[in-house]
Ligand binder design. Structure first.
Ligand code: HEC
Length: 123
């Protein structure tokens, strides 16, 4: 093999690796970009989460103070499992709560709860 051919293959290899990396990066950005809006749709849907009936959240202009405002979620709930648990069965944490136990009562399925948590982490 000549030096020129070796160099061409080498550079081609680097380009392929870079393209592969860029490809992965854009897929991840896409996944992160779509997940919150899917969760927002479920959270705001009155027949699903209906979170706005009780919570003020960014993205809505209907303030409600039945429950606490949902903001700074990543800082306040760094453990994703805590948010999943609240949505699954808030009554376990607070037997007196008026917040529906969405998972336990089959109002939201597992995937919808995961999508809402993705959305909450964008708040
Ligand atoms: C009927 C009213 C009601 C609805 C609907 C409701 N919540 Fe709540 N939520 C509350 C109340 C009240 C609390 C305060 C804690 C408690 O009562 O246990 C709370 C607490 C929370 C907390 C803990 C917040 C904190 O700062 O401690 C999170 C997270 C949460 N709700 C998320 C949601 C999401 C997401 C939805 C929609 C899927 C939702 N809630 C729907 C009433 C509601």
């Amino acid at each position: 093999m000549t030096k020129a051919v070796t160099r061409a293959i080498f550079h081609g290899g680097i380009a392929a690796v870079l393209l592969a990396l860029l490809g992965t990066a854009s897929v991840q950005v896409f996944a992160q970009g779509t997940a919150p809006s899917a969760g927002q749709a479920v959270a705001f849907d009155r027949t699903k989460g209906n979170c706005l009936a009780c919570h003020t959240m960014r993205g809505s202009d209907v303030p409600s103070n039945v429950g606490p405002e949902l903001n700074d979620m990543k800082a306040r709930f760094p453990d994703r499992a805590d948010l999943i648990a609240i949505l699954q069965n808030e009554e376990a944490r607070n037997p007196q709560t008026i917040m529906p136990s969405f998972g336990r009562n089959l109002i939201l399925d597992h995937q919808e709860i995961e999508q809402i948590v993705d959305f909450l982490y964008s708040l």
